[in-house]
Design a protein. Structure first.
Length: 251
């Protein structure tokens, strides 16, 4: 059984200290009322709402880095299309696939160190195959961005948001204390998000009439669906294996 599922000296729950927990609840009721005012006379909700209303956007889509790129974007605009949105989402996928390679590198290392110890079956050759396909998707997206005259090294707004969202997953995968099943759960989350994002990207390229790009992205989507199916299967098997081990030890 994994160490994280054993009963231990976990002191985080309030039941561990009934007297202190009662005082904590009383303090929370007194000082965190929804109507509680800041020193300046405004509620915290009003302050946060003001920040939201006054905030700028998260970055911008960069201008094309070449004359050819600028011309292509201008022509698309004249035809009523919006290449900025496609460039934004291409940048997001590029950043995500690059991070995906790092996710699998981290998980492969975790498996090499802990797989036998935890008794979970994850085929290492398939993990490396998924990592390599993520890298191939990154290369394909880089070429797609360049074909539009855009700069693949630029951080688009949605690429920035995607990178921030991925930080928590990377921390879980890199934490030496996390288990194989906990890491697999993170991979299920990111592969689910990855599949949904490819669907959006395919629809955008279809709308713009970019048939070659759409065909490439459909192929990538099929591979991503396979990634999700396999990772979910490994995760479910890992959880069931732990449950069976726990039951046998109890008897």
């Amino acid at each position: 059984m994994e160490k994280s599922t054993k009963m231990g000296t976990n002191l985080t729950g309030i039941d561990m200290s009934p007297i202190d927990s009662k005082r904590m609840i009383e303090g929370a009721d007194k000082y965190t009322s929804i109507d509680n005012k800041h020193e300046g006379g405004h509620s915290f909700e009003q302050i946060k709402r003001a920040y939201i209303q006054e905030a700028d956007a998260v970055g911008s889509v960069p201008l094309p880095g070449s004359i050819k790129g600028a011309f292509k974007s201008m022509m698309d605009k004249l035809k009523g299309n919006n290449p900025e949105m496609l460039i934004n989402k291409l940048g997001e996928r590029l950043a995500f696939e690059r991070t995906g390679v790092r996710f699998y590198e981290s998980f492969i290392l975790k498996c090499e160190a802990k797989l036998k110890e935890q008794g979970v079956r994850v085929p290492m050759d398939e993990l490396r195959e998924i990592r390599d396909e993520e890298f191939a998707h990154f290369q394909m997206l880089k070429s797609a961005i360049e074909s539009m005259g855009a700069d693949p090294t630029a951080m688009t707004p949605d690429a920035d948001i995607s990178a921030v969202a991925a930080m928590g997953v990377q921390q879980v995968l890199n934490d030496p204390r996390t288990t194989i099943s906990q890491c697999l759960q993170m991979l299920v989350i990111i592969e689910s998000a990855d599949n949904a994002a490819w669907e959006v990207l395919i629809k955008l390229t279809e709308d713009l009439g970019l048939d070659e790009m759409t065909a490439q992205f459909n192929q990538a989507m099929k591979q991503e669906e396979s990634h999700l199916t396999r990772v979910k299967g490994w995760y479910e098997e890992a959880i069931r294996t732990q449950a069976k081990k726990g039951a046998s030890m109890a008897h």
